[in-house]
Design a protein around this ligand. Structure first.
Ligand code: PEP
Length: 248
């Protein structure tokens, strides 16, 4: 399985800023990182131009969409709109969607099902809050988030189009990175739940770590068992630091 090096720009970069950053990243990928796939989730307004700037060196995905074909859903965007902008991936269940926009497990499951049915590769984010961790609920939270979002999926989807990103909420954008032992424990738990859902097909499903990844900690994180990539927020907003992560 290839290692996935993913950037989540969140609500940063205008269209022209996105074009400049994507072009710099594409130029930096002239010599391709061996065994690594690069993926960028720009804001929707920059998706088209970022896809066009990739020179085929990275894929793009959308950070959010609504799971209906079209219709009276003011403010939302559909999967076919996203598809035409060149996106091959969708991000679902990011903690900012869960906690700031109150997305429930049921909507997250609908989004995963819709995205897979419509041919998107789908990255599901899961992770516990500090409160849940301190209450000893890590296993319970991860099991609930994974099972509710993925139980409609087949082993074939698990081995070809699904990815999971473990992002402890307390480590996102805080500068606090989980320790290698924390990461190993959570990724091991996630692999166990995926094995229960999909059997041996789960071994092909990449599990990424996200939460204050930077150039200086990437190699150590990628060396942890069951870590098959990273999802990077803040450190992906500048070409040099993201490229340093990609090549770490
Ligand atoms: C993220 O947004 O998915 C993330 C992990 O952010 P950061 O790297 O800034 O913690």
């Amino acid at each position: 399985m290839k290692t996935i090096m993913a950037a989540n720009w969140k609500m940063n970069k205008t269209r022209s800023q996105g074009e400049a950053l994507a072009s710099e990243v594409a130029a930096g990928l002239e010599k391709r990182p061996e065994g690594r796939d690069v993926l960028i989730f720009p804001p929707a307004t920059a998706l088209n131009i970022v896809s066009q700037s990739s020179m085929g060196r990275f894929e793009t995905g959308v950070q959010n969409f609504y799971p209906e074909e079209n219709g009276a859903y003011t403010g939302e965007i559909s999967a076919s709109m996203v598809h035409e902008c060149g996106a091959t991936w969708v991000l679902v269940g990011h903690s900012e969607r869960r906690h700031i926009f109150n997305e429930p497990d049921e909507l997250i499951a609908r989004k995963v099902n819709f995205a897979v049915e419509h041919g998107f590769k789908t990255m599901l984010c899961v992770g516990e809050t500090l409160e849940e961790r301190e209450a000893g609920d890590l296993r319970k939270v991860l099991t609930r988030q994974l099972t509710s979002a993925l139980s409609g999926q087949s082993p074939e989807a698990a081995s070809s189009v699904l990815a999971v990103a473990y992002e402890p909420v307390w480590a996102i954008g805080t500068g606090k990175t989980a320790t290698p032992a924390d990461i190993a424990e959570a990724h091991g738990l996630i692999r166990d739940v995926l094995r229960a859902l999909f059997g041996s097909a789960c071994e092909e499903l990449p599990i990424l770590y996200g939460g204050s990844v930077k150039p200086s900690n990437t190699a150590e994180i990628l060396g942890v068992d069951n870590v098959n990539g990273v999802l990077v927020g803040g450190a992906s907003l500048e070409a040099k630091s993201f490229l340093d992560i990609v090549f770490a």
